[in-house]
Design a protein around this ligand. Sequence first.
Ligand code: ADQ
Length: 484
Amino acid sequence: MSRQSQGGAKPRRSENRSAEAGRLVVVANRLPVRQVGGTDEKPRWRISPGGLVTALAPMLRERGGTWVGWAGDMGRTYRPFTQDGIRCRPVALEADLFEGFYQGFSNSTLWPLYHDAVRPPEFHRHWWRPYVEANERFAKAAAGQVKDGDIVWVHDYQLQLVPRMIRELKPETRIGFFNHIPFPPEELFAQLPWRRSILEGLLGADVIGFQTKQNAQNFSRAARRHTSARGSDTELVFEGRRVQSRAFPISIDTADFERSAASEEVVARAKELRALMAGRKVILGVDRLDYTKGIDIRFRSFEEALRRKSVTAENSVLVQIAVPSRADVGEYVNERDEIERLVGRINGTYGQPGKVAVHYLYRSVPREELLAFYLASDVLMVTPFRDGMNLVAKEYVATRLDDTGVLVLSEFAGAAHELRGAILVNPHDIDGMADALEQAISLPDDEATRRMAAMRRVVRRHDVYRWSDSFLDTLIHATQPNWD
Ligand code: ADQ
């Protein structure tokens, strides 16, 4: 849903101010499209829906610019193309490079390290080299698109070396970086053998955005400790340049979620789902199947509540939708095995004929179906051990148009800083989570409404457009000693 379709909304600030800057060059691991047929010479593409695309597409269309990223197909080289008004510049990655850069260094070194080392990060020199090489490819491709006055916005942990690499190729460019995942405490980050290169890579940017103030502070401390950067938690000076390190909490297209949640199709499907589980409290979990999301611990807390008999398969059901993710990384295979073992154990012990205790759906579901599940549930449990933000929590809140429903939320998700009406839990504490679940299913209606209404105000005020506007506004107005 584009911004123009929001009933004649006023132009946002960055739309006006962006006149001062040039075009926008977005650099992200993935292009905002997927191939849906065609031939090798003439592939057909479709835009992949998602928050980032939604937020940036209007600006890319209006101001011009390019999205630089991988097309999702190893070893294939595609020519630049335009899809739905967005110019795409594909970056080629062969199987060997992809394995070391993405599955290795990005997902088996950085991902666990940046999520509080909930799994031991693996440090391998033979993964670092492809990480550098892949970052060089993205940086060169991006620099090739940059004209005088353009601004560049680099995204996420896979591309942390890119800001500095672009700076070397195009020294006068305004460069922003946003980290979608947490930035770990300095003591943990210090384990990384390539810590200085990563920090200096990021310091090539003018503005480095994080999900929370704590993440921004963690970065600044690590930078002061391991590089020549000096300054405060929000502003550093590195090699004579000014670098801002600030929190820009990401959000969703709230108006669009509200509209879809009111649609006949979604409302009718939600009714059907409710009828299938009539008379029972529906507790929902929705996640990528990832060991950081705490799906296993959520199941254990539900099992504890069943053991206490405060919850039974007669009066409650846990529905878990888990979207397959990184299924070729060993830890993810183990996590899936563990989750499926737990589902079997819980249903074997507590299920009744015709009434399972846990419905487990291992698949991606279409957006309307996902929204119908949000509407049909009484409680959403979001229990990551660590999460940059967690958009599922915000999506759930946005769809509860009648202010019903209860959110149980990990205090270690970035969203916990904003969604104060949630019942906050420590995901390492199984008994505490079982207590929270009991509290959630028996929360008086007026209290649930008060909490949900407060959270809805937050997601309505702070949507994904506000996020991208405030980041780009900060970047456009960033100054450097040699620019003044
Ligand atoms: P993710 O770790 O992928 O994102 P999250 O923020 O929850 O986590 O976003 C997941 C998205 O996938 C949501 O939009 C959700 O609707 C969708 N989804 C999840 N399960 C699904 C299912 N079974 N079927 C269909 N859709 C499903 C990373 C960081 C987060 C950060 C985001 C954005 O890890 O912390 O919030 O980027 O910055």
